[in-house]
Design a protein around this ligand. Structure first.
Ligand code: PMP
Length: 394
């Protein structure tokens, strides 16, 4: 009885497996570089990886990981509070704080733990969390765990946020506003200048998840808050090491000293093992590259503009603005979307198939993520494959 509810999922999975290449959890057989590999038996251009700066395969990051594994072993075997903090974790926290120009930073084992943990801990019963309606699952999960009242405001709509804060009256001062820098599905950017102004007017606290914008936006690559010139107004910035830094892990930085007390209250920090020193060492190397090679960001945007422009010229419905996440919206026919994803794979292009509820609307998406490591020729091959597969009928 307990397990009956999984019957529809089992049937869906069986049908997917019978139909050919598996779109969810596609099997990566080989990685040749940041942009090429073999997926489900097909040699492909990798365009569904979030490897924005191409650093997952950078020899300097790989060497840093190798050296750290030799020095510290393969894992920490426990949490930082219970079992000890390694010098690597402390060094990365210092370097992240310096990168953002703030005094405080916490390193988490995953990006999910960072946003979920911060949302669940910053607000509690009696408080209010205002979420952008298109927020990532980790933000929803943390908000639900917090025990705070959850209010959703319209995606990227500062006026709707202001309306809801106004209705809260004095309670607005106990409100946490959570938004993302770049939204992971459509690649659109939060209007942070307006959102920060609203937060200031109502005395709320603002957390920005820069998961997809670290290394992508801002003069120094610090993200959407830097690009909008409102870092002073953002109380907490969270993010991940799994995208532009090419590894795994998460972080939260803040100018507020209270972050050091909060650290001792975050369950996904206290009760989970800390990241392996090899992972932390590769992140440190990647952060140095992110800081010292702004040309990576320039190449990333050239590639993003080439892909976005090329797909739009084909008449395909791409997102509202250029960014390294370029998604083509298909119809609501999931079987057709699956066919299109498989046809792209067969033509040597690996992208992400996104279906509801992961997509923000009832439509499915073919979501590409661009990398600084893509060559213009690879971008053109991606466009050509889209032209053959969905050209004119997106
Ligand atoms: N926040 C956002 C906005 C994300 O898109 C993701 C990952 N897709 C996460 C948090 C979680 O990060 P990670 O996968 O590194 O745990």
């Amino acid at each position: 009885m307990l397990l009956e509810k999984f019957a529809p999922m089992r049937e869906t999975l069986a049908a997917l497996a019978a139909g050919g290449a598996m779109p969810f959890g596609a099997r990566v057989d080989r990685i040749d570089s940041a942009t090429e590999g073999v997926v489900e038996g097909h040699p492909v251009i990798l365009a569904g990886t979030n490897n924005y700066l191409g650093l997952s395969c950078d020899p300097r990051c790989i060497e840093a990981a190798r050296e750290a594994a030799a020095r510290w072993g393969t894992g920490t075997t426990g949490s930082r509070l219970a079992n000890g903090t390694f010098a690597e974790h402390l060094a990365l926290e210092r370097e992240l704080a310096a990168f953002y120009g703030v005094p405080h930073a916490i390193v988490f084992t995953t990006g999910y733990a960072a946003t979920q943990g911060m949302c669940a801990t910053l607000a509690g019963p009696g408080d209010v969390i205002l979420l952008d309606a298109d927020s990532h699952a980790s933000i929803y999960a943390g908000s639900q765990l917090s025990g705070a009242e959850i209010l959703r405001f319209k995606h990227n709509d500062p006026d709707d946020l202001a309306r809801r804060l106004r209705r809260l009256g004095d309670r607005a001062r106990r409100a946490l506003v959570v938004v993302e820098g770049i939204y992971s599905m459509q690649g659109d950017i939060a209007p942070l200048a307006e959102i920060a102004a609203v937060k200031r007017e109502y005395g709320a606290v603002l957390l920005v998840d820069e998961a997809h914008s670290l290394g992508v936006l801002g003069e120094r690559g610090r993200g959407a808050a830097e690009a909008a010139g409102v870092e002073e107004e953002v109380d907490f910035i969270a993010g991940t090491f799994s995208k532009s830094l090419g590894a795994i892990g998460g972080y939260c930085v803040s100018r507020h000293e209270v972050l050091e007390a909060i650290r001792y209250c975050i369950r996904p920090y206290i009760f989970t093992a800390s990241a392996a020193p090899s992972v932390i060492a590769s992140v440190r190397a990647a952060l140095r590259i992110l800081e010292s090679e702004p040309e990576l960001r320039r190449r990333l945007w050239e590639n993003a503009e080439r892909l976005y422009g090329g797909l739009r010229e084909l008449g395909l419905p791409v997102g509202p603005q250029v960014s390294p996440v370029v998604a083509v919206t298909l119809g609501e026919d999931r079987a057709a979307a699956l066919d299109a994803w498989r046809a792209l794979l067969a033509r040597g292009v690996y992208v992400n198939l996104v279906v509801p509820p992961a997509s923000p609307t009832p439509a499915s998406l073919l979501r590409c993520s661009v990398s600084a490591a893509h060559t213009p020729e690879q971008i053109d091959r991606i466009i050509a494959a889209f032209s053959e597969v969905v050209g004119g009928r997106g």
